[in-house]
Design a protein around this ligand. Structure first.
Ligand SMILES: [Zn+2]
Length: 558
């Protein structure tokens, strides 16, 4: 009896201590698009206080965090950070895939059932210089294609829907993925020059968004240029302003100042500069103010995904004067956001996390200048390759063998699908054999082999398996050699493109700060899947439904 009473008392005391455990008023998740882990470290000595320095010096920093999947693209990485799951489970296997059932090319979060609230803000099919504008065929957007719950969903369940949950980004996929199914997402429409959402989230904009969009906030950039924020002599890469491998996009130029102009591509060019992040910062602060984020004892969640680093990396490369200046300005924006959060919520009440959706390769021209072998590869030419043509003859294929290469997958044509299983197997084997021999191809891995678990247990095979979803993945996954890339970004030629399982694309920062988190460096290898599970563990909510991760114990120590 005494023992029973003692046990009851113990259980009661544990329960009280859990219940009384302080919860953050706000979880602020910052994601910097294409922030390879070494990039902030290269310029740390030049950063001011309060931004990256605050995070790296006051936070728990995982120095060897990697994405676990092979196709390191924006939606894939964001959704992995949000769900703690691999793409094989959360379903976001690439920015674009070919739907098995319909044969239609599908843009990740496209959903024709949920239209944008703004008129004339839809995808711009005529925009020759911005492939992300052309990837989707309708203006509908929702998180319905994300197949497991996010941390933000679980927070909403845990608090009976009382948590305010928001995702903000220039990119639709940077906002929608993080807001999850239960939150609200806002992103920047380049066509409309305003922040928008779809009727998945709400039927009508709150008045403050209408007002923000009408405030003329873009006017200050019109006819102006992106200029250096410091004296040129203070830059590490001052000598690399004008190099041959940079892209000159719509007259934006290869060297400073880069004119935003006031024409057709004004808003697109804004996003290829720190102005895109400045707009995101401004919108996020207004959202916090108007929606009273972090102002009561129910934990709220705000995700801010900064996109400019990705665009600047694609156009100018990670080792460019443009990227160096972009990072200095981003550092200032992060400091500004954290200062605002400190003033309104208190950093001691805010759990801050920072990571990135993927890293980045260096531009081949730059690597070659350091005598490091690197080159471009052109898989879009494969369907018409003479060896593929002879395979078509050999297997008596009347139409074509390869329907298309949609990075990172080769998709077979309908005719190949119409063949018997035995014939398809033979065609697939011949195609894998041929593709593997192409100069620059490291591995060609068939989805059938993944399904049959018939592959060696290497890190790269595992990463390709983590990327495999039976209804969305193509027929053959192509892994290029290290430092071999496509420079075709859906029809636009750019300086460099991520999307590989190599370390330069998988290695990202992973930092927890604020809310009494210890300052420490943790060098052990961790997965980006661990982030969402660790957030769940701190809050005490359910783990995201597909999370396959480990709790980062160092964050919980205090
Ligand atoms: Zn990118």
């Amino acid at each position: 009896m005494l023992k029973q009473l003692f046990t009851c008392a113990l259980v009661a005391s544990i329960f009280t201590s859990f219940a009384a455990e302080k919860k953050p008023k706000l979880v602020l998740q910052i994601t910097v698009d294409q922030l390879r882990a070494d990039l902030p470290l290269r310029y740390m000595h030049n950063f001011k206080d309060g931004g990256f320095r605050y995070l790296y010096e006051e936070g728990t920093v995982y120095t060897d965090a990697h994405h676990p999947h092979a196709n390191t693209e924006t939606i894939v990485g964001h959704t992995t950070l949000a769900t703690g799951a691999t793409p094989s489970v959360h379903g976001m296997i690439g920015n674009v895939w070919v739907d098995r059932a319909t044969g239609k090319t599908t843009y990740n979060i496209e959903d024709p059932n949920y239209h944008l609230l703004s008129k004339n803000a839809d995808v711009d099919q005529k925009n020759e210089i911005d492939p992300t504008q052309k990837a989707a065929s309708t203006d509908g957007r929702s998180p319905m294609g994300i197949l497991s719950t996010t941390f933000s969903d679980e927070l909403a369940i845990f608090t009976n829907g009382q948590s305010k949950v928001f995702g903000v980004s220039v990119k639709d996929r940077g906002a929608v993925s993080m807001a999850g199914h239960a939150g609200k997402a806002y992103w920047f429409s380049k066509k409309a020059g305003s922040f928008v959402t779809s009727n998945y989230y709400q039927e009508k904009y709150p008045a403050w968004i209408e007002a923000w969009n009408k405030s003329g906030i873009l006017d200050k950039y019109k006819g102006q240029s992106w200029t250096l924020s410091k004296d040129k002599s203070e830059y590490e890469l001052a000598h690399m302003d004008d190099v041959p491998w940079e892209t000159d996009l719509a007259g934006f130029g290869k060297k400073f100042p880069h004119p935003w102009k006031d024409g057709k591509y004004f808003t697109t060019l804004l996003t290829i500069s720190p102005a895109g992040d400045e707009l995101t910062l401004n919108f996020a602060k207004e959202l916090m103010k108007q929606e009273k984020v972090g102002q009561d004892n129910v934990t709220d969640y705000l995700s801010v995904s900064f996109s400019s680093t990705d665009y600047v990396g694609h156009i100018f490369g990670p080792s460019s004067l443009e990227m160096e200046d972009n990072l200095y300005q981003l550092d200032g924006f992060i400091a500004n956001l954290l200062e605002y959060v400190d003033d309104t919520v208190g950093l001691e009440n805010t759990l801050v996390v920072l990571s990135s959706d993927h890293g980045a390769p260096e531009v081949p021209g730059y690597l070659n200048s350091l005598k490091i072998p690197a080159k471009f590869i052109h898989p879009c030419e494969w369907p018409n390759d003479s060896a593929i043509k002879s395979l078509e003859k050999e297997f008596d294929i009347k139409t074509k063998l390869i329907e298309k290469y949609q990075h990172p997958y080769v998709y077979f044509s309908k005719e190949v699908y119409s063949r018997s299983d035995k014939e398809r197997l033979a065609i697939e084997k011949a195609a894998v054999d041929y593709l593997t021999k192409i100069n620059g191809v490291n591995l060609a891995i068939s989805s059938r082999a993944l399904e049959n678990n018939a592959l060696p247990n290497t890190a790269i095979h595992k990463a390709v398996l983590n990327n495999f979803h039976p209804e969305r993945s193509g027929d053959i996954y192509i892994v290029f050699d290290s430092n071999c890339f496509i420079n075709d970004f859906d029809g636009l030629e750019v300086a460099c493109t991520h999307g590989s399982p190599w370390a330069y694309d998988t290695h990202v920062p992973l930092i927890f700060a604020g809310f009494g988190i210890d300052d420490q460096k943790v060098p052990r290898r961790v997965s980006t899947c661990d982030l969402a599970l660790t957030l769940s563990n701190i809050i005490g909510c359910r783990p995201p439904s597909g999370s396959v991760a480990n709790v980062l114990e160092e964050v919980l120590e205090d």
